[in-house]
Design a protein around this ligand. Structure first.
Ligand SMILES: Nc1ncnc2c1ncn2[C@@H]1O[C@H](COP(=O)(O)OP(=O)(O)OP(=O)(O)O)[C@@H](O)[C@H]1O
Ligand SMILES: [Mg+2]
Length: 537
């Protein structure tokens, strides 16, 4: 995406907050006007060699006003940044939901989250400290030039040229010089963040395999690499600030020369010089934000590219709802990128069938369940539900009628009851308790102090087997007609497995259960073995 397009799209997000932006800009300009007037009146008193009490009072009042204006400017800038970022976070979450799960499967989640978090932080600097300073500098420097042109057109012209050099030429040059460096710093920061997270997540294994030294060396190497890039960036900024001072001094020198040549009184020139010096501050702010711009545009580009990414499967609406009385898989083929997984798979499933699926690790069992959920579309062949192709069935109808239990159940940081209720918001307490009894988890829940009201936090140690049984309780409480179970008893002992398999069998629904253990599948009506690219019955 072109930088210009990125900037336009980032700026468009501020449109609903245009009034707040105007207030921030006006208060910012007024703050600078106060500073300039303080300098102007101070210099006037100095050249007149006379203490003027009224002027002193005005200067004090201007000082207080400047503080108030600065506060208001900052308040509105942060209000804008807060609102825009909340909106951006909302867009990102919606995008991730839209892309999940297919488009997120091959993305490193840690990497993605680390990048999004730092990109959003960088955009905060853009919305809070970039847009209004640029507008303020533009308006304020125009006011100063107009005011000074009333005394001398030459001096106004010189000032205009300096503003142009400091506020436009330098930032653009700095941007061009730092653009690539900025992206590299961002990449290396993400690498360092990931190494840190990996060191934390893998603590147990790092200790067990005694690889602390290797990990520390890797982290130090990355820190040093980043540090040297940052030094380079600071070096550019340092040079730019040195050049700014040179331009300021040259401007003052030229103003003095012009006033001598055109016979302007020193009583007028000194206040003008004081005013010019303070006015540079606003323009220098623009030069300073060039660095923020480099990072902001790179971050904005990455976020917008993610937002623009098309999902592998678009949601279907306004088509057909189904009952899930019959499933037919015809000549199904599937490949991830170029890797063949399933080939010529044919299967008929009737209402209330209990189908077992087994096969070697990596043979495509979980993939088949994902295809039935329509997380992916087949590469060839079709899946028909009640004689309708999966592609022509409303996504909402699929979600209502299917529940999937996998080896890993994600538990939200809320009560156990709420965690189960997400599968059926209308479930009564009695239904939830029944479902938990069937999933053989009721007794464990009752041992917690607050029973079903216990909030899942990092301090409540739920084992993977317990989490999986909560996942099964979700399936039991749901009203879905088709239950897809991917190794539902993998984390369980034989006793719990037996109880659960019986409960599953008693459940009056169509069930497809994947398991490594052939023995667990003996309870099914029909067992299918997926073997390589063929299928055996
Ligand atoms: N998102 C993906 N992108 C690319 N390849 C994938 C993806 N997901 C799975 N695979 C590959 O597809 C093959 C089948 O994966 P699948 O998870 O369906 O196997 P499985 O039969 O369920 O294995 P297991 O018994 O170990 O759970 C594996 O070789 C796996 O590496
Ligand atoms: Mg699997």
């Amino acid at each position: 995406m072109k930088t210009f397009k990125t900037v336009v799209r980032l700026l468009r997000l501020v449109k609903p907050l245009i009034i707040e932006l105007m207030v921030a800009v006006i208060t910012g300009v007024l703050g600078f006007v106060c500073v300039s007037l303080i300098a102007y009146f101070g210099a006037t008193m100095f050249v007149n060699k006379k203490i003027d009490n009224t002027l002193i009072l005005i200067i004090i009042a201007l000082g207080v006003l400047k503080g108030i204006f600065k506060y208001l400017e900052q308040w509105f800038n942060h209000y804008i940044a807060f609102k825009v970022l909340a909106h951006i976070r909302d867009i990102i979450i919606k995008t991730l939901r839209r892309l999940a799960p297919a488009k997120l499967d091959n993305k490193d989640k840690g990497d993605l989250i680390a990048n999004i978090t730092s990109d959003v932080e960088i955009l905060e600097a853009f919305y809070a400290h970039t847009i209004s300073p640029i507008m303020i500098a533009f308006i304020y420097s125009t006011l100063v030039v107009i005011f000074i042109s009333l005394c001398s057109l030459y001096i106004a012209g010189i000032l205009l040229l300096s503003y142009f050099i400091i506020g436009i030429i330098f930032p653009v040059a700095n941007y061009k010089l730092s653009e690539k460096l900025g992206s590299r710093i961002k990449e290396e920061e993400a690498v360092l963040k990931n190494i840190t997270i990996e060191n934390f997540d893998g603590l147990k294994d790092i200790k067990q395999f005694k690889i602390q030294n290797e990990k520390t060396i890797k982290m130090n190497y990355q820190s040093e690499k980043l540090e040297s890039l940052r030094k380079k960036e600071k070096h550019h900024i340092g040079i730019m600030h040195g050049l700014i001072v040179v331009v300021e001094l040259l401007t003052i020198f030229l103003i003095i020369m012009i006033s001598i040549k055109t016979n302007i009184e020193y009583k007028i020139v000194i206040p003008i010089i004081a005013l010019s010096l303070t006015s540079f501050k606003a323009v220098i702010n623009v030069a300073n934000v060039a660095g923020i711009l480099v990072h902001s545009f790179a971050s904005g580009k990455r976020i917008l590219e993610l937002v623009d990414e098309k999902p592998a499967i678009e949601d279907v609406v306004n088509e057909n709802d189904v009952q899930f009385k019959k499933i037919e898989i015809k000549k199904l083929e599937f490949k991830y990128q170029e890797k063949n997984i399933l080939k010529n798979l044919n299967l008929s499933i009737k209402d209330k069938d209990f189908i077992g699926i087994c096969g070697e690790s990596g043979s495509g069992k979980s993939t088949l369940l994902r295809l039935l959920m329509r997380f992916y579309d087949p590469s060839f062949g079709e899946i028909l539900i009640d004689d309708l192709n999966l592609k022509n069935i409303n996504t909402s109808s699929l979600r209502i009628n299917q529940s999937l239990v996998t080896q890993e159940t994600y538990l939200f940081k809320t009560t156990i009851k709420e965690n189960i209720k997400i599968a059926n918001l209308n479930a009564t307490d009695e239904e939830i308790i029944n479902a938990c009894k069937k999933a053989s988890i009721h007794d464990t829940i009752m041992k917690f102090n607050k029973g079903y009201e216990t909030i899942i936090t990092n301090n409540i140690n739920i084992s993977s087997g317990e989490a999986q049984r909560i996942g099964l309780a979700r399936a039991f409480v749901s009203k879905s007609n088709l239950v897809l179970l991917d190794e539902p008893t993998a984390n369980l002992d034989a006793l719990n497995e037996g109880i659960i398999l019986e409960s599953i069998k008693e459940n009056d629904r169509t069930i497809i259960m994947v398991s490594h253990r052939r023995k667990s599948l003996s309870i099914c009506n029909k067992i299918i073995e997926i073997k390589g690219e063929e299928i055996w019955k």
